[in-house]
Design a protein around this ligand. Structure first.
Ligand code: HEM
Length: 537
């Protein structure tokens, strides 16, 4: 059974069939009325005014007028592909997730890769984080692993996300510059928000210039949970390891490619799949017992931290293969709706305050991006298992629910959907004990913003370090406000004095003095032995 041949992974493609429209049909209006002239409008006299009566012209133009939908507020630029996922062994010891049980099963997936900051038509090879969003169409519902190609994030709390994105995006008064990071507002925010430092190191590294989507890692970033049928919960970090290894572009190459072929990554992915050179990743997991969570010297709920692979090795548990391009960019890639809150029995969230905010944000944004509460019915996002509930109506409702009962509890609706207890597969949240007061604030365990930035710096080869210095110098060199440059260099001195001195020299600034790596009170010494940079880096 070779990739691409019919198998369980065809389920989603088969389900899309009724919605596909091919050539060979007579031209009609949307109401099915055959059209005899699609070239000329109806006029009063051959050179006279066009008539309002012309329903064919009106319909054609009206539809055209409404062909654009809002682009994603972040990750607007992206490309998708169909494929399948196959687990290597039954994972029932760790999770009851249906798609992680049987190595024979091929679970259909749709994957979308993206840049974060650029608009829908922006260049592929900008220095930026890459989105790596995977929708698994499992028999127990859709599971979306909405990750990035960098294992940490800029901010620790969802409260900071709108500020981050406002600072990263082009400046509001003149919509300049399109290059995400090379401007005052981004570095102003970053220099005043030291929790960004670890992520900044990755973004200034070659990781932010992938050679191809096929050659980059993916990460779930947050700590999630795996829960087995007995209800035993463990903490987990998700990784995607590219079979082709990790490869980056040089900055000079990336800039030239941007000019010559802004579709470089999109084209690369499309062409690889067309020629049968199917991109593949292995799914990796780092599993941590819940009672070990506070043994690391950093907080597993802090999305600015990795779990070093030397401390918790990555187990490779399955393989993702992308083997079919979409038929229609808009219908599939543009309309697909990923959401970290789409989980299935056997997987659960943690209290990571960034993740918790994301759980609200995605459906909320999609309500306006995709026009109302029924976008789960759009073919590309529909689950392959049927969905049944008492939700009704709303804009663009497709389902024709029958019967007179649309409420629960009821005694009149025999055969209507009923709850499924957890022992029969119904979703149940991990029963976590919460005994803290309600308050705003940041845990002291989130206070160390520099140790892992230092860890990353020291994990890099001399050439990679040169690239990081050059990137900081280039990006900060675009910053007009000298105080921002100085503040940023002072922050880098907290990471590594050599790094800060080199960047300062490039910028013509005095070398900063002194390093204080802050650790939160009472923490074990920060785990500085390694970084989870994966194969080939
Ligand atoms: C897309 C919000 C953090 C990965 C989006 C979108 C929003 C959003 C509103 C657009 C969704 C759409 O229009 O369909 C947030 C918020 C965050 C956050 C509020 C923090 C509080 C993250 C993090 C990651 C991430 C930490 C990576 C782990 C992605 C990806 C997409 C995306 C991959 C693109 C999905 C696609 O391809 O359609 N995010 N995000 N985001 N986000 Fe986040």
């Amino acid at each position: 059974d070779k990739p691409g041949t019919p198998s369980a992974s065809q389920d989603k493609l088969d389900a899309l069939d009724p919605f596909r429209q091919g050539p060979g049909q007579a031209l009609t209006t949307n109401q099915g009325t055959p059209i005899s002239d699609n070239q000329n409008s109806l006029r009063a006299g051959i050179r006279g005014p066009s008539l309002l009566e012309d329903f064919i012209l009106r319909e054609k133009i009206t539809h055209f007028d409404h062909e654009r939908i809002p682009e994603r507020v972040v990750h607007a630029r992206g490309e998708g592909a169909h494929g399948f996922f196959q687990v290597y062994r039954c994972m029932s010891d760790l999770t009851s997730a249906d798609f992680l049980q049987n190595p024979e099963d091929r679970t259909p997936v749709f994957v979308r890769f993206s840049t974060v900051a650029g608009s829908r038509g922006s260049t592929d090879t900008a220095r930026d984080v890459r989105g790596f969003a995977v929708k698994f169409y499992t028999r127990a519902g859709n599971f979306d692993l909405v990750g990035n190609n960098i294992p940490v994030f800029f901010v620790q709390d969802a409260m900071k996300f709108p500020d981050l994105v406002h600072a990263v995006k082009p400046e509001p008064h003149n919509e300049i510059p399109q290059a995400a990071s090379a401007h005052d507002t981004f570095w102003d925010f970053a220099s005043l928000t030291t929790e960004t430092t670890h992520m900044l190191m990755w973004v200034m590294s070659d990781r932010a210039l992938p050679r191809s989507h096929r050659m980059m890692e993916g990460f779930g970033v947050h700590t999630f949970r795996l829960v087995n049928a007995e209800g035993h919960s463990r903490l987990v970090k998700f990784h995607w390891k590219p079979v082709l290894g990790i490869h980056g572009l040089a900055w000079d190459e990336a800039q030239k490619i941007s000019g010559k072929d802004p579709d470089f990554h999109r084209r690369d992915l499309w062409e690889a799949i067309e020629r049968g050179d199917y991109p593949e990743w292995e799914l990796g997991i780092q599993v941590i017992e819940e009672d070990q969570a506070d043994k690391f010297g950093f907080d597993l709920l802090d999305a600015t931290k990795i779990v070093p692979e030397e401390l918790v090795p990555v187990q490779r548990i399955g393989r993702l293969t992308l083997n079919r391009n979409p038929d229609n960019f808009f219908a599939e890639t543009e309309q697909v709706a990923f959401h970290p809150g789409h989980i299935v029995p056997g997987i659960d969230f943690t209290n990571d305050p960034l993740l918790q905010g994301r759980l609200f944000s995605y459906t909320d944004t999609q309500l306006s991006r995709l026009g109302g509460p029924n976008f789960h019915e759009i073919p590309i996002s529909r689950s392959i298992c049927p969905f049944h509930n008492h939700q009704r109506d709303g804009m663009h409702r497709m389902t024709i629910n029958t019967g007179r009962v649309n409420y629960d509890r009821n005694s009149l609706g025999a055969g209507l959907p009923a709850e499924l207890p957890p022992e029969q597969g119904g979703f149940a949240s991990v029963a976590e004990t919460m005994e803290s007061p309600k308050l705003r604030g940041r845990s002291p365990s989130f206070a160390d913003h520099f140790s892992q930035a230092n860890l990353f710096w020291r994990s890099q080869t001399a050439v990679e370090q040169d690239h990081i210095v050059a990137a900081f110098a280039f990006e900060l060199g675009k910053v007009e406000t000298v105080a921002i440059r100085e503040r940023m260099v002072a922050n880098l001195a907290q990471v590594d004095s050599g790094l800060a001195e080199r960047v300062a020299r490039e910028l013509g600034l005095p070398a900063p003095t002194g390093i204080t790596v802050c650790a939160w009170p009472g923490s074990p010494s920060p785990a500085l032995s390694m970084v989870g940079s994966g194969d080939g880096s």
